[in-house]
Design a protein. Structure first.
Length: 232
């Protein structure tokens, strides 16, 4: 992994990483600013993709085509889908799936992208192993989980919608970009990992919790990402 792409949907998810980069060159593509340089001795490209699956997919493909990244890490926040996963905790992707993909009218299961040979896209086990080990060391006050990340172009703030996603996809957390990045990585044959710090419970309290705990959750995910780079 000679060059690593690091994607955050929002500026606050990557601003601390950009501040610590050296030898930075900024390139603009598709209205996104790609910060190419070195971070803790590693060649990286750090970028804010914008929110949602289309922005994330476009961003990930540019990282491959223009910058030649050999792995992608997506850092950010998400809503918990399990009672035991609390605000501030970290979820590392085992795989990713699009919970709002519905071609059931053609006989496909919910989440299955028609004419693709994979239902979900598997994250890199080596990156996940490293992230779990590092997280326990640098964020000892929180829990770290490994499980499925469910993505869709929705902010989930309804308990009934949350329960449907849990039932259909057995996800650990829900957010808006990871599966698009995972699909792009899969199509290009490169490893990826989605890191999600929990900012809310994806239920009727989600809007209030998100505003309160967003900064705390982001610090956990950024701290983990930065310290992972030191060991890659």
């Amino acid at each position: 992994m000679n060059k690593i792409g690091i994607i955050g949907a929002m500026e606050q998810e990557i601003s601390l990483l950009k501040e610590k980069m050296e030898e930075v060159c900024i390139t603009t593509r598709a209205s996104m600013e790609f910060y190419e340089g070195r971070l803790h001795g590693k060649q990286v490209v750090v970028v804010r993709s914008g929110i949602g699956k289309v922005n994330a997919g476009v961003c990930a493909q540019i990282l491959v085509d223009v910058f030649g990244v050999e792995a992608m890490i997506n850092t950010g926040i998400a809503g918990s889908l399990k009672n035991e996963i609390n605000i501030g905790d970290i979820v590392l992707s085992t795989d990713v799936v699009q919970h709002d993909m519905d071609a059931s009218g053609f006989g496909y299961p919910l989440g299955q992208i028609p004419q693709m040979d994979a239902f979900s896209f598997e994250a890199d086990a080596h990156l996940a192993d490293l992230a779990e080990r590092v997280c326990k060391r640098v964020n000892p006050e929180i829990q770290v989980f490994r499980g499925r990340v469910a993505s869709g172009d929705q902010f989930i703030s309804s308990r009934s919608v949350k329960e449907e996603i849990k039932k259909n996809f057995q996800g650990f957390c829900v957010e808006m970009e990871g599966a698009a990045i995972g699909q792009t990585a899969y199509l290009n044959g490169i490893p990826f990992l989605i890191i999600r710090a929990i900012s809310d419970k994806a239920d009727d309290s989600a809007s209030v919790a998100y505003e309160t705990f967003e900064k705390q959750a982001i610090l956990h995910s950024v701290n983990l990402t930065e310290n992972m780079l030191k060991e890659l």
